[in-house]
Write a protein that binds this ligand. Structure first.
Ligand code: SAH
Ligand code: SF4
Length: 351
């Protein structure tokens, strides 16, 4: 919702100041889907708002729900016709633990400039940046969706792991984070927000300064410049050495844990030798207790698999994990939740 526009609208219509607070609470905290649902407002005002203003800046094209209801994905059509995706993950099966925390995975760009070879968003190229409102409206959308469908639970995590590279759109992404942590709007804690980057060193520094409490995740995926450069063009500008420096600085100023994302690609980056190289790299950064490796299951982005990239088998993934553990590296195999709904962002919008 465009807060500036709403403020102006209320002013132009000589509405008292407290109206703004009522609307903010109804929309951002209670998940109201339409102005006519905001019963604290007068009928006249509700009607006017309904006619002149919109809560969401996009239309909902479709929502996919996995059989176990643990993951859902929405395809959203922006005003200019472009499509973006957002994913909602529940930590536990909805029946067992009704109030299980939800993670919303949000997009910050239509497409992406970075062109990582394993990524569906990377393959579709870059169309445009999202504005802050379009970014945070993805959360409003899920709030409304949960409410409409009587799904209990609140948000425990907001992750910038959808389409796009946050540090290539930092102005709008940082504005969106400010809205997320604004107690008068969403009111999330900084520590419940995570930003994932393909590894733009300058962006890492800016984030440390502006949001030292927001979590940082780095899409590492490969532990030698040779391999990383082959799959991630960014590595030519910010190679592993440059990332190492950026991380050291980050730890100095924030003292916060950083997550290294590692997508498991069979025969490409999942051998014992790859584990050795990864452990060596991580140790070279120096702060073992502040680094944590997340092993991610690869979602094949096309059929047949593009470039022969396929997900590592369970056995190879387990072996990779135990190799890392043997070197003393903190590591978790992240449960895959999104496969049947084409969980990797960009897989739907790029179709
Ligand atoms: N651009 C940022 C954030 C969006 S991508 C980044 O790259 O970090 C979010 C995560 O999904 C990244 O770790 C990315 O490498 C990973 N990813 C991309 N394509 C994937 C796929 N097909 N299967 C699994 N993970 C994928
Ligand atoms: Fe962009 Fe991230 Fe996909 Fe790379 S992995 S193309 S940076 S969205």
């Amino acid at each position: 919702m465009d807060i500036g526009k709403l403020e102006q609208f209320l002013k132009d219509n000589n509405q008292p100041k407290f109206r703004m607070g009522q609307i903010k609470k109804a929309v951002f905290q209670d998940g109201a889907s339409s102005f006519s649902d905001i019963t604290t407002l007068s009928n006249d005002l509700r009607e006017m708002l309904e006619k002149e203003m919109k809560i969401l800046s996009f239309d909902v094209e479709k929502v996919l729900v996995a059989k176990n209801k643990q993951s859902m994905k929405a395809l959203l059509r922006l005003e200019d016709g472009n499509l973006i995706e957002t994913v909602l993950l529940s930590q536990r099966p909805s029946s067992a633990e009704a109030s299980a925390g939800k993670s919303a995975c949000i997009s910050c760009q239509v497409g992406c400039q970075m062109g990582c070879r394993f990524c569906a968003t990377g393959k579709m190229g870059f169309k445009r940046n999202l504005i802050a409102e379009e970014i945070t409206d993805q959360i409003l959308f899920w709030k409304q969706y949960l409410k409409k469908n009587d799904i209990p639970g609140s948000f425990s995590n907001i992750v910038y792991m959808g389409m796009g590279e946050p540090f290539n759109n930092w102005e709008e992404v940082s504005a969106s984070i400010r809205n997320l942590i604004d107690p008068d709007l969403f009111g999330f804690g900084s520590r419940s927000i995570s930003v994932s980057t393909a590894g733009i060193a300058e962006g890492i520094e800016r984030m440390a300064q502006e949001f030292p409490q927001v979590n940082l995740a780095i899409s590492l995926h490969f532990a030698t410049d040779e391999k990383r450069g082959e799959f991630m063009p960014i590595n030519k500008k910010d190679n592993l050495e440059s990332l190492r420096m950026a991380l050291r600085k980050y730890f100095e100023s924030t003292k916060r844990k950083v997550f290294l994302e590692y997508v498991m690609l069979e025969g490409t980056n999942d051998s014992p030798n790859d584990a050795f190289n990864l452990a060596k790299y991580i140790k070279s950064i120096g702060k073992l207790q502040l680094l944590h490796v997340n092993l991610i299951r690869y979602n094949t982005t096309s059929d047949p698999p593009a470039g022969g990239l396929i997900p590592s088998s369970r056995i190879r993934t387990e072996r990779f994990r135990s190799e890392l553990e043997r070197y003393g590296i903190p590591v978790t195999i992240r449960k895959s939740l999104g496969e049947e709904i084409q969980g990797a962002c960009g897989q739907l919008a790029g179709e």
